[in-house]
Every structure is written in C-alpha cells, then in structure tokens.
Design a protein around this ligand. Structure first.
Ligand code: NAG
Ligand code: NAG
Ligand code: NAG
Ligand code: NAG
Ligand code: NAG
Length: 520
C-alpha cells in the first residue's frame, strides 16, 4: 500500500507568498528593514491548558464558570472539530514540530521524570522557526519534552526565556515533584521551578496559575514593540494535584463532589488569568496585532475532576473524550469573527499555521503532518486537512485478543492501540482505553458502561453523525474498514520505533541540589 498522502511533505502547501526571514534581511540589508518588517508580524500568544476537558468550559454548558474564555471564544472562532493527542508529551511534541509522534518515537506514553528521553534534537521546533523570523520567544509554564541533557531544555530548543518547570506535574504551591514512573516509585522529591537556569526558591506558596500569569504579564510589559513576540503559556492548570486557593473553591460550595469542586476552582482561576493576560496585551498596546490561541493538551481526567460529557472516554484514550479538545482563536486579525468552526483541525496544524502567519517558511523541516489552517480559521474556508492519524502505539497491545476479524490482520495488526480519522469516519483498533460515558459528577446522570465484549478490538464510527461513538458500524461497512486499515498500514510503514527507556537512577534530584536537573 502507498503511504497515505497527508503525512508527506506534499501535504503542506503554502497559501501565502514567501517572505524571506528577517535574519536574512538583516544580513542582506544591514538590518535597516528589520524593525519595520518585524512590526507587521503578528504577536502570537499560545495558551495551553493541561488536562482540560470538553465539558469544562462555559460555552459547552459546563457548571464551571469561564466568563473570560467564553467571551474570547464568542468574539473569535470556536474550534469545535479540533483534535489533540490523548496525553501531555505527545500533544506538546506535535505542537512544537507539526509532526505526528510516530515519526520521532514518542508514540508510547509521556516522558516520565526519571527517563533519559526528550523530543529528538534533530526536530525543528516552532519557537526556533519564529526566532529565525525575528520573534522574541518565551515559554512560561510546563515544558514536558525532556531535560536529561542540557540540549533538551527549552532555552536550547528555540526559547529566549524560560520560566517554569520541566517535568509533567507537581504541587501547585510548593512546585515540587516526587517524580517516579509506572513500576518505579523511589520516593524522590525535588523542586522543579526555574527562571532560565536558576532554580526559583522564593515562590513556595504562590499558586502556579497566579505565578505563571504574572510572569507572562511581565514579559508582555517588557516586550520591545518593534519586535514580534511569541509567548507560549502552558499552564499547569488544570492538571492534578487538585489544589486551588480557598477563595476560588468557595465559589463552588454548591458542587457536592469534592474533586469537581476543586477542579472547578482551578478552572476559574485559569479563566481569570486568561482575562488578566488579555487585559495586559491591550494595556501594553500589543493586542491589535496579536493572535491568541487557546487549546487544551488532551481530554479531561475524570479521576481528578475533569469531564468530557457527552463524549466517550477520557484522558489517555483514543475515544473522542481523550482526543477531541477545547480550542478557540481570538484576534483582531481574524477576517470573519464570531463564528463556530467545524473545520477538521489538529494540534500538529499550529506549526505550519503559525509559521505561515509569521511570514516564514517550513523549508528545512522534516516532512510535516500539519496543515496551514489559517484560512479555515480566519475566513471559514474548508480545512485542508482531510484525515488525521490519532496514533499507532506498537507497545500497547490488547491483552485479551479475540480471533481476527475477517478484514483484519493481514493488513494491519488490530491488536495494536491505534486510531485514524478520514473524513467523517473513525476507526479504532486494539484497546482504545476505558470506553465509558462519564457524566459530570454531582449530576443526576450515571456512568454508562458500553456493552462491548471484552477483547473487542475494532470499531468504526461516523463521527459527524455519532460524535458520542455509540454505534459501531464496522460490520456494516467492511470496505470502509479495509480502506482505513490500509491507511493505518501506510502510516505504520512511515513509523520509527517507539523510544521508551527505563528510569535512570542518576535523575534523582537529591544528586542535583534538590532540583530536577539534567543529569547526563
Ligand atoms: C513550603 O511551604 C510549606 C507551607 O508553608 C512548608 O510546609 C514547606 O516546608 C515549605 N517548603 C520548602 C521547601 O520551603
Ligand atoms: C488577575 O488580576 C487581579 C488584579 O490584579 C489579581 O487580583 C488576580 O490575582 C489576578 N488573577 C490571576 C489568576 O492571576
Ligand atoms: C524551499 O527550498 C527549495 C529548495 O531549496 C526552494 O526551491 C524553494 O524556493 C524554497 N521555498 C521557500 C518558500 O523558501
Ligand atoms: C498481532 O500481534 C499480536 C500481539 O503482538 C500477535 O500475538 C499476533 O500474532 C499478531 N498477528 C499477526 C497476524 O501477526
Ligand atoms: C471504566 O471506568 C469506570 C469508571 O471508573 C469503571 O467503573 C469501569 O469498571 C471501567 N471499565 C473497565 C472495563 O475498565
């Protein structure tokens, strides 16, 4: 089978004329045009929420109040057919590279703190490209793309400045992480908060959302107005541990479920932060030339207060509850504002979209899987994306394995955890994760378990007609199943082996002055 066309370089077509990058202009023209050209490039503010569920934003009918985000989304464009990866590291890796994680070995799980792993150094990152284009580039918040060697840290991957943490989660007040991994719980503990390379020890007690919002506002205030800015703000909110300042929790005393109550508080604090940051962009004169993107990194985790109702499944699964995400864009530069977009858009699309907006080129990157979707967002044109590989994880196989389907294993081994979307069709194979429909806690609804037999390992849904994935059509449409299995097999051929090393005892923060730090 021929590999599917959309992963190869031809899949990315530039829709705007190429503008040489400013560094080049600087060299050729002695820097004379730098400031002038640079000032026309839009500022890009990318806010990434962590573990934020589909049913956790006001405009999806949530009990959680998010007035700032509701307003920004209503004035801008709501992305309602928007997809992310089911867990943290893979989503972030695709955001940074515009490439599917099967193409650089991060298709299995997250990077755990003690693992000597990272986003491979030969991948070109979004901030690298924007920096080449004259942007100042800042990350405030969570990195989670590896740090075992200096080279993997964000300041060596294209960011001028870094204020935040390197691992995947930590205490929101003490900024410490215990940091094991499945099967390895050594009881370590270390601080994980830095300003560039300097450990930050004077913020014990400052809540992460307030800390990162105030740092972001500092950067906005200090931004040189002649230079475009890329501000990447991956909040630790609303990832566990469930913690929030009491005044936000008090707003939700009517929610009986404690997890949901604290999660709602965390979300409202994040919403307030988004409001403060937008105000700062206005106050410091950047807003008129800013594109603000808000996205979650994966579906909500129902075990710690998140919710994706009425979607099936949650964080970590390939069901819609794991991969269909909250996202919106607001910008004075949007041509057709106040819309809901049902264009198929994926987190890997931001790389070509934002590089394109910055007048840059994707030349010199490896073959992109993302598409430039700016015209779909701004003008309501059809999305250039027609298909979407959710993932193929060869290390994750069903334990219970029924006899092969008649269309199955000679094309693609359906014991593998994988899913693909082509048009409205979605095919899932292997064990996609827990496939229950989990209603919001403290509602009258109860969790619905599916009646799939144990060991079932192939489903076909029409997502447009059945976004809740209730009616498996695989027996009814065997030719579509065959077609999608062939597409999966095509992607499998382009895949590199997963990289998932064992923990390294040298990672212990006790060996590095009580701070999570590179150890190699
Ligand atoms: C951080 O603050 C808490 C609460 O005040 C305190 O118990 C803890 O010892 C402090 N941690 C450090 C490392 O100072
Ligand atoms: C937002 O700004 C207000 C006013 O400065 C401040 O009191 C509040 O703590 C800020 N909220 C966050 C989440 O940063
Ligand atoms: C990309 O590189 C190719 C080959 O070097 C060149 O022909 C083309 O003009 C470049 N395109 C852009 C947009 O820079
Ligand atoms: C599919 O993979 C499973 C698990 O690795 C293996 O047991 C099975 O033999 C494979 N099936 C085929 C047809 O290769
Ligand atoms: C799925 O999760 C629900 C809620 O936690 C649980 O009750 C159920 O047993 C799980 N089902 C499977 C098959 O693991």
């Amino acid at each position: 089978m021929a590999p599917s066309s959309s992963w190869c370089s031809a899949g990315f077509r530039r829709s705007r004329p190429f503008l040489p990058f400013l560094l080049l202009l600087c060299v050729l023209n002695g820097g004379g045009t730098f400031a002038q050209s640079a000032s026309r490039k839009p500022n890009i503010v990318f806010i990434l929420a962590d573990d934020y569920g589909w049913n956790d934003i006001g405009y999806h009918g949530s009990v959680i109040r998010t007035p700032n985000m509701d307003r920004l989304a209503a004035e801008g464009v709501k992305l309602e057919n928007y997809y992310i990866q089911p867990i943290c590291t893979p989503s972030r890796s695709q955001l940074m590279t515009g490439r599917y994680q099967i193409h650089f070995g991060l298709q299995h799980a997250i990077i755990w703190p003690p693992q000597p792993s990272g986003l491979p150094l030969d991948e070109v990152t979004l901030p690298q490209r924007l920096k080449e284009g004259g942007y100042s580039t800042h990350i405030v918040g969570k990195w989670h793309l590896g740090f075992y060697k200096e080279e993997y840290k964000p300041t060596n991957r294209g960011f001028d400045t870094f204020y935040g943490f390197l691992t995947g989660s930590e205490n929101h007040f003490s900024h410490r992480n215990a940091g094991g991994m499945p099967g390895f719980r050594p009881g370590w503990s270390g601080l994980d908060l830095r300003d560039q390379d300097r450990p930050v020890t004077d913020q014990n007690g400052t809540y992460s959302t307030h800390l990162f919002a105030s740092k972001a506002i500092e950067i906005i205030a200090q931004q040189d107005k002649n230079k475009p800015m890329f501000l990447y703000l991956p909040f630790q909110a609303v990832h566990g541990p469930l913690q929030a300042p009491q005044k936000y929790i008090d707003k939700y005393s009517h929610i009986k479920d404690k997890n949901r109550r604290v999660y709602a508080a965390m979300t409202t604090a994040m919403d307030e932060a988004v409001g403060n940051i937008t105000d700062a962009l206005k106050q410091y004169g950047l807003w008129d030339n800013t594109v603000l993107v808000f996205s979650t990194d994966n579906g909500g985790q129902v075990k710690v207060g998140g919710n994706n109702w009425p979607l099936r499944g949650w964080k970590g699964s390939l069901w819609e509850g794991g991969v269909r995400g909250v996202g919106f864009v607001n910008s004075p530069l949007i041509q057709s504002k106040g819309r809901t977009s049902d264009a198929l858009i994926h987190i890997s699309d931001w790389f070509p979209t934002l590089v394109g907006l910055a007048g840059g080129s994707t030349n010199g990157t490896k073959p992109l899987d993302g598409h430039d979707v700016w015209e779909a967002i701004s003008e309501g044109k059809p999305s250039p994306r027609k298909e979407l590989l959710h993932n193929i994880d060869p290390l994750f196989r069903t334990i219970l394995y029924l006899p092969p389907h008649q269309w199955g294993d000679d094309t693609f081994n359906t014991s593998m955890h994988a899913a693909i979307r082509v048009g409205d069709w979605k095919l899932l194979t292997g064990y996609p994760g827990n496939g229950s429909w989990m209603p919001p806690p403290s509602s009258d609804l109860i969790c619905e378990e599916s009646d799939d037999p144990p060991g079932k390992h192939l489903w076909l849904f029409n997502i447009r007609e059945d976004p809740e994935e209730r009616t498996d059509l695989s027996k009814k449409y065997p030719l579509i199943v065959q077609d999608l299995l062939e597409k999966l097999a095509g992607y499998e051929k382009s895949m590199v082996p997963p990289f998932y090393p064992p923990p390294d005892p040298r990672a212990n923060p006790a060996l590095h002055g009580d701070v999570w730090s590179p150890w190699e």
